[in-house]
Design a protein around this ligand. Structure first.
Ligand code: GLN
Length: 258
């Protein structure tokens, strides 16, 4: 089996270790004997996103978001086509915002997104930052447990954004916040997903402390071409310990109060 991964704008959108997510995906696939092909795609480069199994877009500050927005508007229809064809998309923070309809900065400048998600984002006064703990959507938990029976029902990560994201109807959050601010600090939702497209405010890198979530992406990405796949179990004791430590520390903290 081959896993074809596209890392979109790695030179411009890469905050708080976002690239680590790509490393985690590639390494966990390789440990199962899956051949990984990783390609970086940036400004001015045209590709057929349907040729990949998974596309990753990291986070970036307003400046970098402005730089990629124009290029992304040209790539947008092809990315949407790929999402409709079942290619898995994982986007973080600034990248997540750009897959929505728009991001309005503090100065009132509107950075257009591609509208893959029916969401929009407006910058707020206070930055929403710190560690985050959420209870994942039960459907995702069930899927993660089919892949790894001992998978936790929680996700942990780190957020740092001024954008407040509001979800349109038909877009589900990744889960319900137990700690942290998530999409907008108001409705207890974090992230968004629709079919195989995912967005989240969680940096971390997200997948290193959530190996169960990483495997969900690998399984979904492979199943488009190979049908239902089962992944050989890995020794995740260290990763799950990191998850537990982060979770327990957060449960005792006062994180996530505006
Ligand atoms: N510029 C965006 C915000 O602050 C995204 C930041 C990020 O990707 N961490 O909302």
């Amino acid at each position: 089996m081959r896993l074809r991964v596209c890392h979109l704008y790695p030179d411009l959108l890469n905050l708080y270790g976002d690239r680590g997510n790509v490393l985690v995906l590639c390494r966990r696939a390789a440990w199962r004997g899956i051949r990984v092909e990783l390609e970086a795609v940036s400004l001015g480069e045209c590709v057929r996103f349907t040729d990949y199994d998974l596309v990753f877009v990291g986070g970036g500050a307003d400046l970098e978001q402005g730089l990629v927005a124009r290029d992304l508007s040209r790539k947008g229809p092809y990315l949407i086509e790929a999402a409709q064809a079942g290619v898995v998309i994982l986007s973080i923070c600034g990248g997540y915002q750009l897959l929505g309809r728009f991001y309005r900065t503090r100065e009132g400048r509107e950075i257009p997104g591609i509208g893959l998600f029916d969401i929009h984002t407006e910058a707020g006064e206070k930055r929403l930052k710190g560690n985050v703990l959420l209870e994942a959507d039960p459907e995702l938990v069930a899927e993660m447990r089919r892949i790894n029976p001992g998978a936790p029902a929680t996700l942990v990560g780190y957020e740092n954004h001024s954008g407040r994201t509001f979800l349109g109807s038909g877009v589900r959050p990744l889960g319900r916040l137990l700690k942290g601010y998530g999409n907008n600090g108001g409705d207890s939702g974090e992230g968004a997903w629709i079919k195989n497209a995912f967005g989240t405010y969680l940096h971390g890198p997200l997948l290193s402390k959530n190996p169960h979530f990483a495997d969900l992406f690998i399984c979904r990405a492979l199943s488009r071409r190979y049908g239902e796949v089962s992944l050989a179990p890995l020794d995740d004791s260290l990763e799950l310990q990191a998850h537990e430590v982060a979770k327990n520390r957060l449960l005792k903290s006062r994180q996530g109060k505006i």
